[in-house]
Design a protein around this ligand. Structure first.
Ligand code: F6P
Length: 548
């Protein structure tokens, strides 16, 4: 299905011309009650989309597009567990992990059992009854995984810093290792006491190069530090590939399953989150699932105009396809949410970075955008200049916790003021006349004022949405991530692409193996040719190993 052939799409294309000269601020004048009407609530979140370049008519046409692609039916198929991941012939049921629905799903008992095992393990490690090979309690959890086997739990562990029972005592410390860059695991292990260390190897396939390499290094380290010890109590594996985990040496009772119907970037709700349950307590993990379940229910039941993920997705389709937005910024005004953009990068870009439709036909539109971001208010001192006066069109999500978890006077008021101030400034802009008046009022002489005026004006009319949380809690974090998961699904549903596969990454892995064989000059290895440019740098690498 080529969405650009649909009348609803063509209607939006015509409408794009209509809105060319519209000012967002004018829309507030033209549409009494715009603020209230475009402040949506659902799943515990508040989503203010009033500062977007979308009139009442725009939203109406966008929701018509949703109907034109039978988005409600596609959503129902997703929740039913239909084969929505066509290229891998799989369902996508990350919702099952937090809602237990669809009821009666054949995997539901194993999902429930795995959650129970997570509770047992996390409580045993926390109460000290899980002991290492020398009888000492665990004080360090090393999570080894990459991509979806890392980003989600790493982000959540940081975001929920205030929900670590022993944040101040540091009684159980977590160390997340993902990169094959040996510098990281080298430093992590150097500081640890092996007898008190539990290594959790997380890999859906249990074949990922980075994870295998880091797990083997961790195993070697444990063997060296605890010679002759029974290492079984120092390893847990989380995988769909139970055989590979067993071959690696993890005992079956210390191996927790994953399922093919849960994509890596959608898996933080599974045993991938075990280290989080250990360091933050199982209840915190359970509450995060509950928050996501609340967003699942909202997404599955809310009508289009009040549906947070659907509305967010349609706005992204609007900007991506009709304003040629190249990127989308997510700016959390909360220090401990600063890793959220990295998680969302994989979620959005690995899901939507496609060029063919579900039925393998060339995609007629550009799908997905480059998602990036950084913590507010720091970004104001780093990249906001481009957002204000650059010639790029960058839609922004500001994420704003309304209540602080600290009691320090003044800080949160300033944080909120900065967030709202940016959103207003981006929308309002600053005209040449306003700049001239400001310069005159400050006594700047006319010559300097005339010279400075063009440098100080802001075009404005730059859209942003504000996602307000009451405060960062396990529930609101769960709802926020589920919001973005369903936003991704809705965008893919409009474009008729598969958001649940990632065939593209396999080719890069294949070339890496080819270059590795060349570097190793292993005669047994398949010495397939590499490009001359690559050969040149392999030579450079070789020379660097034996400096004169
Ligand atoms: O190569 C990309 C990818 O497959 C991601 O989709 C996944 O989250 C990551 O690698 C890790 O995969 P695994 O959990 O199988 O180690």
């Amino acid at each position: 299905m080529d969405v650009t052939t649909l009348p609803a799409w063509k209607s939006l294309a015509r409408h794009r011309a209509d809105i060319e000269n519209t000012r967002i601020t004018q829309l507030f004048e033209d549409e009494p009650g715009r603020s209230e009407r475009l402040t949506l609530k659902g799943g515990g979140l508040t989503f203010d989309v009033s500062r977007n370049l979308a009139s009442r008519d725009t939203f109406a046409r966008l929701y018509e597009l949703a109907d034109a692609v039978d988005l409600a039916d596609q959503r129902n198929a997703l929740f039913r567990g239909d084969t929505v991941n066509e290229s891998e012939a799989r369902a996508a049921l990350h919702m099952l992990l937090r809602t237990g629905e669809p009821a009666g799903h054949p995997a539901a008992p194993e999902v429930a059992d795995t959650l129970a095992r997570m509770e047992t393990i996390s409580q045993a490690v926390r109460d000290g009854s899980w002991k290492g090979s020398t009888g000492e309690p665990i004080r360090h959890v090393v999570h080894i995984g990459v991509g979806g086997s890392y980003l989600g739990p790493r982000m959540a562990a940081e975001a929920l810093t205030y929900f670590r029972p022993d944040a101040t005592t540091g009684r159980i410390a977590d160390h997340y290792v993902a990169n094959i860059d040996g510098h990281h695991i080298d430093r992590v292990l150097a500081g640890l006491r092996a007898a008190q260390t539990l290594v959790v190897v997380v890999s859906k396939t249990f074949t990922t190069l980075e994870t295998r390499a880091n797990a083997e290094t961790a195993r070697t380290w444990l063997q060296q530090q605890l010679p002759g010890a029974d290492l079984s109590r120092h390893f847990i594996a989380v995988s769909t590939n139970l055989d590979a985990a067993g071959d690696f040496g993890v005992t079956a009772d210390h191996t927790l399953p994953l399922w093919d119907f849960v994509g890596g970037r959608y898996s933080m709700w599974s045993a991938v989150g075990l280290p989080l349950a250990i360091t933050h307590g199982f209840e915190t993990f359970r509450r995060m699932l509950d928050g996501a379940a609340a967003m699942d229910h909202h997404f599955a039941t809310a009508p289009h105009a009040g549906n947070l993920p659907l509305t967010a997705a349609l706005l992204s389709v609007w900007y991506n396809c009709f304003f040629e937005a190249q990127s989308h910024a997510v700016i959390p005004y909360d220090h401990f949410l600063r890793l959220l953009p990295a998680h969302l990068q994989q979620l959005e870009m690995e899901s939507l970075g496609k060029s063919v439709t579900q039925d393998g036909k060339p995609l007629a539109v550009t799908s997905g955008q480059i998602l990036w971001g950084g913590e507010g208010s720091n970004g104001q001192h780093a990249f906001h200049q481009l957002l204000y006066q650059g010639n790029r069109f960058v839609p922004i999500d500001f994420i704003l916790p309304l209540r602080a978890r600290h009691a320090l006077p003044g800080h949160h008021e300033w944080l909120v003021a900065n967030c709202l101030g940016q959103a207003e400034a981006l929308m309002q802009g600053l005209s040449a006349d306003e700049v001239a008046a400001n310069l005159a009022a400050s006594g700047t002489d006319d010559t300097l004022a005339a010279a400075r005026r063009p440098h100080m004006t802001h075009a404005g009319n730059r859209p942003s949405s504000i996602i307000a949380l009451d405060s960062v809690t396990p529930e609101s974090l769960g709802a926020l991530v589920a919001f973005y998961e369903h936003k991704v699904f809705c965008q893919a549903a409009v474009w008729h692409i598969n958001p649940f596969d990632q065939w593209g990454v396999e080719y890069g892995k294949q070339l890496s193996r080819r270059v590795f064989a060349r570097i190793q000059q292993d005669p047994a290895a398949d010495q397939q040719p590499v490009h001359q440019a690559t050969e040149q740098l392999i030579d450079l690498y070789r020379k660097a190993q034996n400096p004169e």
